[in-house]
Design a protein around this ligand. Sequence first.
Ligand code: CTP
Ligand code: MG
Length: 224
Amino acid sequence: MLRSALILVAAGKGERVGGNIPKQFQPLSGKPLIEHTISNLKKSFDFNVISIVVAKNCRFIGDLSEKPSSALKIVTGGSTRTESVRCGLNSLKGKDIDHVYIHDAARPFVTEALIKALGQALETHSAAVPALKIVDACKSPEGAAVNRDEILRVQTPQAFHYDKILSAFDEYAANDAFADDIAVAHKAGLSLTFTQGDERNFKLTYAEDFAKAEAMLQTPTYIA
Ligand code: CTP
Ligand code: MG
């Protein structure tokens, strides 16, 4: 039986959302945003180990319904997302992990279908990422046309063979920051593939995204 781990990165400051507390701990429909993310992840897949990566001396994690156990670790992250993921990957050493799924705490609407597709993709590839096509026309900041068929939007969870992504981070990400983990996998030459992304699985990035998320939660048939 394959052993799977989840790394949930929640060590960011949420500067674009603003406010006194980082966005992942701000309330959404009566509970912290991250609680929605954790609950949807747990509903979607039976992870053997979960590592939640939070900022040093995080004041908010103790208030959550999740409590540390042998299957749930609270790990201290770093000043970049890449560094936080590295901390999460290191926390899984010696746990006999085959597959690791790395997810943004700020994406509460993760689904079972997303995770299932990633698991299937890992049967043939070392790395997998949900992607979406772009429908709008694209331009460079100078106004030049950019062919939208040559680019994709990608989301999390991003899934990897644990040993491969751990080595890739050791070799390429010790001192550099990357936009996401697939970028590290690509740099290391891992075989990667795309799975179907989901528009609902958006990342809360600005304050107004909370109103959008609240509206989605009030339409359960839309997110079910
Ligand atoms: N993240 C992290 N450690 C960091 C930076 C980001 O664990 N040093 C996490 C965030 O908590 C978030 C995810 O990575 O769940 C995606 O990052 P982003 O949406 O950029 O969140 P923030 O960096 O917190 O937001 P901002 O860039 O607006 O400050
Ligand atoms: Mg950020």
